[in-house]
Design a protein around this ligand. Sequence first.
Ligand code: PEP
Ligand code: MN
Length: 337
Amino acid sequence: MLVVMQQGATEEQIDAVIERMVEMGFNVHRSTGVIHTVLGGVGGKEEFDLEVFTVMGGVKEAHRIISPYKLASRAFHPAGTVVKVGGIEIGGPEVIVMAGPCSVESREQIERSAAIVASAGAKVIRGGAFKPRSSPYSFQGLGEEGLQMMRAAADRHGLLVVSEVMDQTQIPTLANHADILQVGARNMQNFNLLRELGRERKPILLKRGIAATIEELLLSAEYILSGGNYDVILCERGIRTFETYTRNTMDISAIPVVKTLSHLPMMADPSHGTGRRDKVAPMARAAVAAGADGLLIEVHPDPDRALSDGAQSLAPDQFAELMEQLRMIAPAVGRRI
Ligand code: PEP
Ligand code: MN
């Protein structure tokens, strides 16, 4: 359920409502907006009288939420969530670009990558240290050593770091070196991992599973939010369809759909979304035009020699050109890069 407090409701009134919700068995999550404070209650009993709340002091309205996800729903935070991390804001007017290689491969490769993406205007460097590869014989990543290399390169170039966490045991290591923890498509429904990340206080970039519906994506976000970690960023990265020309089918429509259903920032990954270098720029442009809050793009200093996902990685000049184009598109939809 949701209780929306009146503008100017006092802390005492808010506390009284929280107390009543707790008495009725709800776990209460508070969203303090500029105008209204919204109290989300989850886990309470199905049958209760909403009037109990509507007559309380300072209450504007109370609702039963019928969608299966509650804290992820737009109603919980109508103005939209802005995730603030290391001086950047994801979900605000600026479209945030996170770019870098699929995997951290060597000190030199990640240093060159950082220089390339920073000079083109990206704010965050990406790079996998623990890689979820379809084959156990493929390059599996450099682990913690890779994270250390990426952190050092990022710090030299004023970038933040996003990297994937594949299971609970890796959380402390990732939290130590990365600013944003990525949950990959294959782990979108690893509920034990999601629950643990709910206890973390670092932003989580949650990618859509290859066969996940938008509702399933939002329910996975709900696992993290219900643990008390409200800094969740969603990401469309293509879904598997009958089409085989592209690696996945980039679901651009998921961007405006999620922006309607949820208050969470929504990014797009046109690299995994298409699997083809020549299709990354058109889908990145489309994603920004469709309202994406950010982009996750694979860029490699020498894509043809990449140890993973070379075919979908942009070369440095291609990335710089794309950033120039995005800087023209963003203002057309009221954003900037
Ligand atoms: C990645 O970002 O490198 C990755 C493995 O992505 P996904 O989980 O979307 O396949
Ligand atoms: Mn990749």
